[in-house]
Design a protein around this ligand. Sequence first.
Ligand SMILES: Nc1nc2c(c(=O)[nH]1)N[C@H]1C(S)=C(S)[C@@H](COP(=O)(O)OP(=O)(O)OC[C@H]3O[C@@H](n4cnc5c(=O)[nH]c(N)nc54)[C@H](O)[C@@H]3O)O[C@H]1N2
Ligand SMILES: Nc1nc2c(c(=O)[nH]1)N[C@H]1C(S)=C(S)[C@@H](COP(=O)(O)OP(=O)(O)OC[C@H]3O[C@@H](n4cnc5c(=O)[nH]c(N)nc54)[C@H](O)[C@@H]3O)O[C@H]1N2
Ligand code: SF4
Ligand SMILES: [Mo]
Length: 732
Amino acid sequence: MNQFHYRTCHLCETMCGIEIEHDGEQVLAIRGDRNDVLSQGNICPKATGIQDIHTCPDRLKKPLKRVRKNPAEKSHDDEWVEVEWDEAIEYAAGGLARIQNQYGRDSIGSYFGRSTAHNIGTLLAVAPVQKIMGTRNIYTGSTVDQMPHNFVWHHMLGHQFLCTIPDINRTDYYLMLGTNPKVSNGAQMSTGANTWKKLNAIRERGGKCVLIDPRRTESVKYMDEHHFIRPHADSMFLIGVIQTIFDRGLARPGRMAGHINGWDELEPLVKQFDMDRIAEVTTIPREDIERIAEEFATAKRPVCYGRTGISMVQFAGLTQWLMQALNVIVGSMDEIGGMMFPKPAIESLPLTNSSWDSYRSRVRGRPEFSGEFPLAILGEEIMTPGEGQIRGLLGLAGNMVLSMADGNHSEKALQALEFYVAVDPYLNETTRFADIILPPCGPLEKGHYDMFYHLYDTINWSKYSQPLFITEHSKWTDFEIFTELMGRFAAIRTQSPIKKFLIGCAHKLVRSTLTVERIVAIGIRMGPYGKGMNLFKKDALSLQKLKDNPHGVFLGDLEYTFPAGLYTDDKKINLVPQVFVNDLPRLKAYFVDGGMEAEQAASEFDLRVISRLSNRTLGWMHHSHRLIKGKNPCELMINPADAEARGITADSLVTVTSRAGQIQLPVVLTEDIMPGVVCMPHLWGHNRKNTRQRVANANPGVSMNDITDVTVIDELTGNAIVNGVPVKVAIC
Ligand SMILES: Nc1nc2c(c(=O)[nH]1)N[C@H]1C(S)=C(S)[C@@H](COP(=O)(O)OP(=O)(O)OC[C@H]3O[C@@H](n4cnc5c(=O)[nH]c(N)nc54)[C@H](O)[C@@H]3O)O[C@H]1N2
Ligand SMILES: Nc1nc2c(c(=O)[nH]1)N[C@H]1C(S)=C(S)[C@@H](COP(=O)(O)OP(=O)(O)OC[C@H]3O[C@@H](n4cnc5c(=O)[nH]c(N)nc54)[C@H](O)[C@@H]3O)O[C@H]1N2
Ligand code: SF4
Ligand SMILES: [Mo]
């Protein structure tokens, strides 16, 4: 008889509720859960791919160990053998521990990719793993994604995870930069896959939506207005908007009056920039910038929001700062319809680190941010000899060969490692360099709680998803793998028999008492809606209550949290942190003092390539035949004028060349991309040897990150620049 199971789709931060119809072990259908408190039945096509992952024959069920042909070097001729868990974990822990014993604390490092964020097992592991490994060499996919946001929250609001969430449900002027919500379904703004309906609702209630993007994207039909912008130039646009607001006397601190430091410092800084020059470099006419500024500042509930198109570019830190500064000067920080702050059922901020420049990296002296270094410098830390050189890596939940700038550089670095432990369900472009792969169980074989993504809530709510299937593999969730791996690692690391004994006892205790469910139960109890120590509190939220409500529990609309909720020592917003002031001369040198023109004149790379997502796919979900079927989306969008100038026609195959490399792909001629810019999808290129992913290999595409450049980063935040990369395009 068919049964129905309800859970949250774990694939992205949108957190849609899904209904899984199944007959015993067999999944029959995945559809939207109409009763889900957040998404109300809306999902995107990707959720249906989860069943392919569940049944995927290439998904690893047992650890895979590399048997080297030549013990001194890894090669693609090495063999992979399946080994039992006990042997695999001992081997993995021993390999990392031996390197650290021999070469010191920083000789091992860790890399966590995006799948960490939607997985409570990995999230709970991050801090303990970092503590137990004790290395400063911590890298994550955040620095090829949202680090500039975190950087700004840290400096302005006092904590890297005090995430500003646009109050899409109540705003009446939504200014968006570098985001494609129709396809991404709302990033750092979890709405359930009904973002487009919420955009329509803004206009239905008399509001306005404006989008700034070098491409006329799928989201434009939900906008009142769209403007092309030259890649990397958003900070100049924002300076123009802020300057106009001050010039016209429209700045207002709103509810935060008395809780803002540096109010008088912003105006003179933005006044250094000439409005006509701003219009010239952004390509947005001055009248439009001034009009948008006036409309924005006089709207009742305006909010300015931006995502990856303004975080993976040059000057990303400055842009994110100016965006938040704009919200502050129109009184939209912690205001209804402006930027707001959710109150998740499990409070994680007090348990997470937020720091800047407390130590520096070995090779180029990059400052740490919240305990990590930019992924862009991992390669040099592995390949530069000397004390502290990384020789061993624990890598998980990320496929950096495809997702990080310059895939060939990542490959060289991974190849150079003496020992690499991957925790990943697949033998893919990145994990093929591992010495051992430890595969966690599949998404339906374990419980799910969105400990991280609730920081992006647009309403306050909570939900727990129980495991659908308990299988033999279920005992190896990411959490169990880490508990076992770190327990053994710590025991091998120590020389003292007493310490070994104590570590053994602690490890046994953790294994027998700590489960993910118990941690969630405690987290909820101690959180803002839980019973805490008050045994008589009525209607408190609990894990049991969540289990009884598989469609989620609504906990209220977003409410004011500042100034009490600020993490700054004086409970004030820092409008003009000095780190951003120090970075302004770099912006000025480039956009005002001729840097941009000089770069163009000196370079053969006359176009800029930007990225795009597609509705049906998401990096590692290329294992799903349901999602990947049909024509491969790896096509280069090019403006007809740029195509004509190069003799390119609609059926051309072109070569795209950059400083880092070269790829070939077909073109699409379209006015939807602005002149001077070309656009292609990323996280493709499954044509590398010796991976075990037949579905992805059959429809490989090419990797955009074979032409992005790891040597250029946003100097302020260290974030990779994978948008607006200089290239030239020629017919093959
Ligand atoms: N279907 C699908 N949805 C996803 C994902 C997925 O893989 N597939 N991934 C999820 C993840 S991990 C993330 S981080 C989010 C990302 O979510 P979004 O950021 O909303 O999605 P992107 O498509 O990356 O949007 C970036 C936009 O920035 C534009 N852009 C590029 N350069 C510039 C620039 O210099 N200035 C401006 N103003 N715009 C620029 C691009 O044209 C693009 O439209 O999506 C999430 N949702
Ligand atoms: N050119 C360009 N590059 C980009 C971007 C861009 O816009 N343009 N976007 C960037 C962004 S926003 C992101 S988020 C990154 C994404 O890039 P990555 O962080 O590399 O993410 P994926 O490619 O999806 O790879 C996810 C990995 O996690 C593994 N995995 C899946 N589920 C689990 C699990 O439950 N446990 C464990 N341990 N592993 C699991 C998968 O097998 C896969 O190896 O790409 C970035 N790179
Ligand atoms: S938008 Fe799609 S992938 Fe993201 S949670 Fe919703 S259904 Fe899953
Ligand atoms: Mo991302």
